[in-house]
Every structure is written in structure tokens, then in C-alpha cells.
Design a protein around this ligand. Sequence first.
Ligand SMILES: Cc1ncc(COP(=O)(O)O)c(C=O)c1O
Length: 401
Amino acid sequence: MNLQFKGLPQKAVLKELESRLRKDFTFKSGKIIGSMCTSPHPIARRVYARYLDTNLGDSGLCPEVAELERETAQMIGSLLSNPEVCGHIVTGGTEANTLALWAAKRLSKKEHGEVIVPVSAHCSFDKAANMLGLKIVKVGLNNNFQVDVGAVEKALNPNTIAIVGVAGTTGLGVVDPIGELSKIALENNVYLHVDAAFGGFVLPFLRELSYNVPDFDFALPGVCSITVDPHKMGMAPIPAGGILFRNEAIRKTVAWKISYLAGGETEQATLVGTRSGASVIAVWALLKHLGVEGYKKIVRRCMRLTWKLVEEIKRIEGLDIVTEPTMNVVGLKSDVFDIHKVAYELRLRGWAISLFPSHIRIVVMPHVREKHIESFVEDLRKVAKKLGECKEREVLAISSV
Ligand SMILES: Cc1ncc(COP(=O)(O)O)c(C=O)c1O
């Protein structure tokens, strides 16, 4: 499409957009049940729109926003057992994980070191390693879908520069034994990064709700950095990822002095230069507004619906869950039907589910209501019935040959 010479009136552009985007999925419809993002909280929307023109890449122009970012990192750090953290609100978990590996590389002073990650880790580690010239060494899982600690120990060698543990895996929301990884990291003097992109805004509140949550954060002395994304369970507008470093010395390894900016010389410790101050202000406002109590309420509701979904799935013949959920992520599997066919049928019925090699992932985010879970379960029953009947016909056809 060529850019037209004469622009259209605003009204016409807005009208066209409204009609063209109508077919896209919306959180409001409740049909998005496979995403780790959600509809931003109203206060975050308001604040984001109001401070759109702030640029933290040129922080000399907005020192107050830079101060809000420091406070934001500290508030999130206080949830993760270290209010002294240093960090940034970045574009997402991918950028946060990349910064962590970059810091590990710079601290190690090795150009092509190895990073041990569980096979359940997010693909952003593969991307980051590719960019940074690092080698990813993937290790398997135990029967609980957590990283196999013995395999991590076996994979360690003098070229290892970092170990990654996940607190809330992308596929199943499982938490790795971070305590054991912390011990290994300390004993071997290796950087430990925890990817709590999803779990970072869930686990602290599950603990408040008296769930049994093992240590996964800066309470463990081996943990050097944590990814924790406000644009997932933090209810912030996209983009808002989070990278927290245990201390300033680690953060400094990825900080660069930039001298040409309008606000005077500044330091950037993110992958991008120009970046949204509005994202930071929105997260700050959310944290101030919701507090521990507000997030706890949100997590409690998500978990209640998660358990309801799990109970309903268990009642449907031919379907089951992969494992009891640790958080509001449910793995749906079938030992009877091809899971790709189940996914196909659900998508035909308008559900935005997430498909993994051997299971479907449902994420019960804050925008998901009880009526959405009920309607999804109703469709699941229909799908199982349809696939069951197909199977019966196939068996009959084969036995009549
Ligand atoms: C555990 C984990 N880490 C990192 C990411 C990447 O986050 P983003 O898509 O915000 O870059 C995801 C995405 O879902 C994730 O589940």
C-alpha cells in the first residue's frame, strides 16, 4: 500500500480503524484464555495515556520519572525479598532475560560461555544466546516438570557462565527448585537468573494466601537477577517487562553512558534507547493503587476459577490435566484424542487457546470471568463428545473391514 498524498480527516481514520479491528480478539469477550497478558487495569490505562510523551531513554529530561522507576523496582523488589534491588521496566520478558544473560556474560568475561537452561524455559533465552554469542545447554525435567537438578550439576563445566531457573514456566506455570539451583550457583561461582516473568506477580500473593510457596527469589543468596513482568499478572499496559538485579554492581555491567542527549549525559541500561516513561509511571501507579491487598484479591479470584476449571476438566471423559496447577496456568491433555484436534475444534468455536507439543495451555488471567470458564467447559464437553463419536465410528469402520 502506498502512502496517500492527502491525509484523511481524523473521524474517517478512526471509523476505518473501528471497522477493521472489530474482528480481532478482545479480552472483554473472555475468549482469550491462552495468553499471559490481560486487559490493563483502569488506573494504568489512564496514567499511560496521560504521560505518553515521557522518554526514559533521555532521563535527564525527566529525572522525576527516573526516580519513579527506582521506586517501582524497589516496590517489586520488596515483593521478592529485596527492596534494595536495582532494575528497569523494559519491553517485556524477552528483553529482561536478554539483559540478564548479557550481565552474566560481562561478569564472566567469557565471550562464548555456556548457559544452562531447563527445556521448559522460554524461547527468549535461545534468542538472547544467539544474539550474545552464548551456547545454550538444555537440561531435562523431573517427574514434576521441574528442572532436573542432577542434570544441571552434570551440565556444569568451566565454560558455564549462568544457570537459569524458572518460577512459573510458560507451558505449565511450574516453579523450578530454585533453592537447590542457588546452592549450586554459589558453590560453582556461577550467575543464577530466575525467570519469574509470570510467577513474579503471582507467587508472593499465593504465599500471602497461605499456599506453600518455596523460596524462589532474592531470599536465596545465589540469585543474581529476576525477570518479573508487570504486563503479565501485574495488569500493566504493554510494554512493561521487568528486570531486577540483586545489586548495582551487576546492573552496571549493562549500563552505557550516552552523551548526546537533550537532557545531558545519561546512562542507559536497557537494550533499547528511547523508551516509554508512561510504561513506568503506569506500573508505579498500579503498585501504589493495588498494594499487596489488591493483588492478593486478584490472584485469589484467578486461583478460584483455576480450580473450578480443573475440577470440570477432570469430569470430562477423554480429557485430563497434565499436572495439578501451581498457579493460574492449566495444562489440558488427552490420552484418548489427538490434542491438535482438540485445539482445532476449540479454535473453531472461537477460543484463543495456546498449543504446546503435547498439551493445551489455559491461563486464567484477571479478565477471565466465571461465565467464560463455564462457557469454555461447555464447549470442551461438546468437543470431547464429537471427537469421542468420531473415534467410535473409526473403530466400527475398522472392525467391519
Ligand atoms: C516465563 C516467561 N519468560 C519470558 C517470557 C517472554 O515475555 P515477553 O513475551 O513479554 O517478551 C514469557 C512469555 O510468556 C514467559 O512465559
